[in-house]
Design a protein around this ligand. Structure first.
Ligand code: BTN
Length: 243
């Protein structure tokens, strides 16, 4: 695996996207940094991380997703890769909050931002960005976040975590290529946060309603059963969960 180590950068996702446009990079080329000055999260949010304390990385993934209809398979593979690494460390009560936030004891410990580029040769190139809270202890401004060190009362080696995560991503991408991700879907649903539990949601129209998460469609939409038993699917911008 080709590894680019930086001490500071605006965003590892932006750095890798730019590099891969300008030169041919090996599959699974990885960028890691200690500090991000413009870390980006889902839906235009920013990703803030204390310098040198956490894993901030992006991995280039090529030739895994071959069809735009199934890009969500990569989200599934990556979320499970992070889960598997954390399972090995015995991090408690792991869950995937749709689409791909990683929770432990209902607190967010990792976020994933996957950006896909549909190239003119019809190939799809993805930049998989992961922010994993490792040794940071202060989350005063983020009450729903935590870190491995807060959960386990010990310090973790960030380089070891990086290697483990990339290796799992490689293995799970092989499963996507070989079995269209079918094997991973079941496991993703096993970890899906609040599956089969009634909870409160807010739709894009700001109306609040109760519903029960049943699963996720192959396009990555959340499948929710409403109180009148109708089943409705929601895209990421169409729904907020209260928990
Ligand atoms: C989220 O939960 O909103 C996704 C957060 C993704 C953060 C990571 S940190 C490394 C990579 N570079 C970025 O700018 N964002 C991702």
């Amino acid at each position: 695996m080709q590894l680019i180590k930086l001490s500071a950068i605006d965003s590892t996702n932006d750095f890798l996207k730019e590099r891969s446009k300008n030169q041919v990079l090996e599959n699974f080329t990885t960028v890691v940094t200690e500090t991000q000055t413009k870390g980006r999260g889902q839906m235009g949010a920013s990703w803030v991380s204390e310098s040198g304390k956490n894993l901030i990385m992006s991995v280039l993934v090529k030739d895994v997703i071959v069809n735009p209809d199934v890009v969500f398979q990569l989200n599934v593979a990556v979320a499970l890769s992070v889960i598997e690494v954390l399972e090995n460390l015995q991090i408690p009560n792991l869950a995937i909050k749709w689409p791909n936030d990683i929770l432990s004891d209902e607190k967010k410990v990792a976020g994933i931002l996957i950006e896909n580029r549909f190239k003119s040769d019809a190939k799809i190139e993805s930049v998989v960005g992961i922010g994993l809270n490792v040794n940071q202890k202060d989350f005063t401004l983020l009450p729903k976040a935590s870190s491995l060190s807060l959960l386990m009362k010990e310090e973790f080696d960030i380089d070891e975590l990086l290697k483990a995560v990339v290796s799992r991503i490689q293995q799970n991408c092989e499963l996507v290529t070989a079995y269209s991700g079918q094997k991973l879907w079941r496991r993703y649903l096993d970890y899906l946060f609040k599956k089969d539990v009634e909870m409160l949601f807010e739709g894009a129209d700001k109306n609040r309603f109760h519903g029960t998460i049943l699963g996720v469609t192959s396009e990555g939409k959340l499948e929710v059963m409403l109180q009148d038993k109708r089943i409705q699917t929601f895209g990421i911008k169409e729904l907020q969960m209260f928990y």
